[in-house]
Design a protein around this ligand. Sequence first.
Ligand SMILES: *[C@@H]1O[C@H](CO)[C@@H](O)[C@H](O)[C@H]1NC(C)=O
Ligand SMILES: *[C@@H]1O[C@H](CO)[C@@H](O)[C@H](O)[C@H]1NC(C)=O
Ligand SMILES: *[C@@H]1O[C@H](CO)[C@@H](O)[C@H](O)[C@H]1NC(C)=O
Ligand SMILES: *[C@@H]1O[C@H](CO)[C@@H](O)[C@H](O)[C@H]1NC(C)=O
Length: 295
Amino acid sequence: MVPVLLSLLLLLGPAVPQETQDGRYSLTYVYTGLSKPVGDIPKFQAFGFLNDLSFFEYDSEDRRSRPLGPWRQVEGMEDWEQDSQLQKAREDIFMQTLNDITEYYNDSNGSHTLQGRFGCEIQNNRSTGAFWEYTYDERGYIKFDKEIPAWIPLDPAAHITKQKWEAEPDYVLRAKAYLEKECPATLRKYLNYSKSILDRQDPPSVMVTSHQAQGEDKKLKCLAYSFYPREIDMHWTRAGEVQEPDSGGDVLYSGNGTYQAWVVVQVSPKDTAPYSCYVQHSSLAQPLVVPEDAS
Ligand SMILES: *[C@@H]1O[C@H](CO)[C@@H](O)[C@H](O)[C@H]1NC(C)=O
Ligand SMILES: *[C@@H]1O[C@H](CO)[C@@H](O)[C@H](O)[C@H]1NC(C)=O
Ligand SMILES: *[C@@H]1O[C@H](CO)[C@@H](O)[C@H](O)[C@H]1NC(C)=O
Ligand SMILES: *[C@@H]1O[C@H](CO)[C@@H](O)[C@H](O)[C@H]1NC(C)=O
C-alpha cells in the first residue's frame, strides 16, 4: 500500500500545493488514466487530498473508494459505498476521454497518460478558488473556465472532448456549480471530521546514524520522522557552522499522516570537529540539536 502510494506520488510530481495553518484548506482530486498500464499500476487511479494529505483512493482493480492514513479511523465523514459508485461513473467517462484522444492521434497502442485535477479551497470559511484541468502526457489538454463558463481546449484533440462534454445539456453550468458550491460544501463537511488531523502539530523524532566503509569518508545521517506539518528545517553543523548536505533534503510522505526527511554529510577520517544535527519544526518550542556521538 505505502510503496504504491509513494511511487504514484513520485509519478505525479508534487500533487498539491503546500498549505500552512492560516485558516486555508483545500480539497483536491487527482485522476490518472494509462492507455497501457505498466507493472502493478492500475489503468485508472483516483486520489483525494485534504491539503497535502491523501485521504482516499480508488482504482480500476477493485473499484472501491477506500479511506487512507488517519482517515481510516474517521467514522461518518463519507459513505464510501456511495462514493465508489460516483468514482466508477467518473472512471468510465475519464477512460472514454483517454480512448478518444488516442483514437484521434491514431495511436491506440501507444503508452499515454491522461491526468485530471480539480478542486477548491477555502480560507476562513470563505471560498477562495477552484480549478479543473486535464493534461495529456504532461502537456495541457483542456481546462475549465468557470467565468465564461466553458471548457478551453489546449490541444487539437481537445476540441472533440469539448464538443462531447458541452453537448450534454447544462454540463458547463453543473461543472461551474460543482466548483463554486458543491466542492466547498464537501470540503466544509470533510473539515468537520478532519480539522484535528490537518491542524495537528506532531513533533519529529530524530535519529543520528554513522556509517564508515574501509578507507572511505564517514557518512553521518540524520533522520527526522513522524512529523506534521510537512515544513521542516534540518541540517548538519560542524563546530557550529552549517554544512551543505551531500544528499537528502527531500521530505517524504510516510502514508500514515506524517512525513520523514534526512540529511547526510561526509566527514573525512581526519576531521575531529564536533558534528551536530539541527532540526527546527513548527511543533518545537526550540530546535532539537542532536550531537553525532548520540549515534
Ligand atoms: C489518423 O488516421 C486517419 C485515417 O487514416 C487520418 O485521416 C487522420 O488524419 C489521422 N490523424 C492524425 C492526427 O494523424
Ligand atoms: C498497433 O498494433 C497493431 C497490431 O498489433 C500493429 O499492426 C500496428 O502497427 C501498431 N501501431 C503502432 C503505431 O504501433
Ligand atoms: C461557513 O460557511 C458556510 C456556508 O457559507 C455556512 O453555512 C457555515 O455556517 C459557516 N461556518 C462558520 C463556522 O462560520
Ligand atoms: C460534524 O460532525 C459531527 C460528528 O463529529 C456530526 O454529528 C455533525 O452532523 C457534523 N456536521 C456537519 C455539518 O456535517
